[in-house]
Design a protein around this ligand. Structure first.
Ligand code: NAD
Length: 412
């Protein structure tokens, strides 16, 4: 699939009185056109753009660690535009629930939020989801902007209208669609991002390569090979753009990700169950890597994927080494229970209750049922159980390198 270049607008247009150093482009998703900006060390530029929102207050939602590392220049620059307050959220993935939304909303109301206020999500995908969902519910919808701080958020979660939280053991079960007013990608944040989170963001690029194939897969392979060869001198903007390009290809005409864009969920059925079962141990991307491994095994087991296609699939996963397994035993029972709550269940036609709806590949670049309205394949539950048994064996025998991720080649 050819990869369309990102359209660049004249970033300096209308930005007097000072030079504007961020590049900008429009992100079209359905009927929404969201301005995206990218630069490095750009609190002043972000504040300049936020000034045009005519907000009565800004509330920056972040976790304490990010706020300590990166909050000060933003607090200063945005605070010069309108009163600005830090709203801490420290719950991580485990706390991504409706209770957290209610708590945050209550604090915002106590702090004087109005319909003219703007929420700023300064963090990874968790903060983005928490802030986006809160913004969509407060006064039935107020404005929010995304200031992503992880690689995954920069090229993946901020491009989506989906805002959601976990519920009763299921990932992203409660949610809405709500577009950010703009997205500001400050690459400076990546200077402090731990290696495990870098790996998580890069794994989503491998996923994109596996679902799109062709020229896109070649670009990902080249970029990641170069990254591995020389992790210290690489081009973050190029890596972020590579992720954005894949998302753009898929979501612009499927803004709710309920049709062909659903293929972005490759690896997510079992991956989401793993992410929640090993919260704090596996990053989102690492859980998806294990999920892709299982999806390929299932496709092979059902006869859709040949031996040689499976080998090619493995080679893609090997582009980044395989994530180390988390400590502790394999949580088979918990994973089975979590899979019962997968959020793709509603797509099953009646009479298929014993099946699990999954995105599967025939081979890298070829999605099974990829041209159907729903690119899903129904997998008998006992085959999913077999895949989990297989994963359990691989898990036990997986030879952890014994190296910290940095030493294993993910150093910045
Ligand atoms: N809305 C969507 O369409 C969408 C898409 C993909 C993922 N998601 C969601 O995103 C979440 C995963 O997001 P994530 O991978 O960004 O992880 P995350 O938000 O959990 O952040 C990971 C960790 O990195 C730390 N961190 C973040 N930025 C940092 C920085 N610059 N320096 C140092 N530490 C930093 C955070 O404090 C956190 O501990 C999941 O909940 C997933 O469901 C949503």
């Amino acid at each position: 699939m050819p990869v369309p270049p990102l359209e660049k607008k004249n970033s300096a247009a209308g930005c007097a009185p000072r030079d504007f150093r961020m590049t900008s482009f429009d992100w079209r998703i359905g009927n929404e056109v969201i301005p995206f900006y990218m630069g490095s060390d750009c609190a002043a530029d972000v504040a300049q753009k936020l000034a045009a929102m005519n907000a009565d207050r800004f509330f920056i939602v972040a976790d304490e660690a990010i706020w300590k590392m990166h909050g000060a220049p933003y607090e200063r620059a945005v605070g010069a535009v309108a009163p600005t307050a830090f709203m801490p959220y420290g719950g991580g993935e485990a706390g991504k629930t409706l209770a957290a939304i209610e708590q945050l909303a209550a604090k915002l109301i106590d702090s004087g939020i109005s319909r003219r206020s703007v929420l700023v999500a300064m963090g990874g995908g968790v903060i983005g989801n928490i802030t986006g969902l809160t913004a969509s519910l407060l006064f039935r919808g107020i404005r929010f902007v995304q200031l992503p701080t992880t690689l995954l958020a920069m090229h993946d979660s901020v491009t989506s209208l989906k805002q959601g939280v976990n519920c009763n053991g299921g990932k992203n079960i409660l949610g809405t669609f709500h577009a950010p007013s703009s997205v500001f990608i400050d690459l400076r944040f990546l200077s402090t991002l731990p290696a495990q989170q870098i790996r998580g963001g890069l794994i989503e690029l491998v996923k994109n390569a596996l679902i799109l194939g062709g020229d896109y897969a070649r670009q990902v392979t080249e970029s990641l090979t170069a990254f591995r060869a020389d992790p210290k001198s690489h081009d973050w903007a190029a890596l972020v753009n590579l992720g954005l390009t894949a998302k753009r290809t898929l979501v612009q005409d499927d803004p709710r990700e309920r049709g062909h864009a659903m293929i972005l969920e490759y690896g997510h059925t079992i991956g989401h169950a793993l992410e929640l079962a090993y919260v704090g141990q596996l990053s989102h991307g690492e859980a998806i890597a294990w999920g892709m491994r299982c999806a390929a095994w299932i496709s092979h087991r059902l006869g859709y994927m040949t031996d040689s296609a499976l080998a090619v699939h493995d080679r893609y996963l090997a582009l980044l080494d395989f994530p180390p397994k988390p400590n502790g035993p394999f949580k088979l029972g918990e994973l089975r229970a979590r899979l019962q709550r997968d959020n793709k269940r509603g797509y099953l036609p009646p009479g298929n209750e014993g099946m699990v709806a999954m995105i599967l590949l025939n081979e890298p670049g070829v999605v099974l049922n990829g041209t159907n309205p729903y690119p899903l394949t129904l997998v008998p539950r006992d085959v999913v159980d077999e895949a989990l048994d297989h994963l359990a064996r691989e898990w036990q025998s997986h030879v952890a390198t014994g190296l910290a991720p940095d030493e294993a080649g993910f150093a910045r």
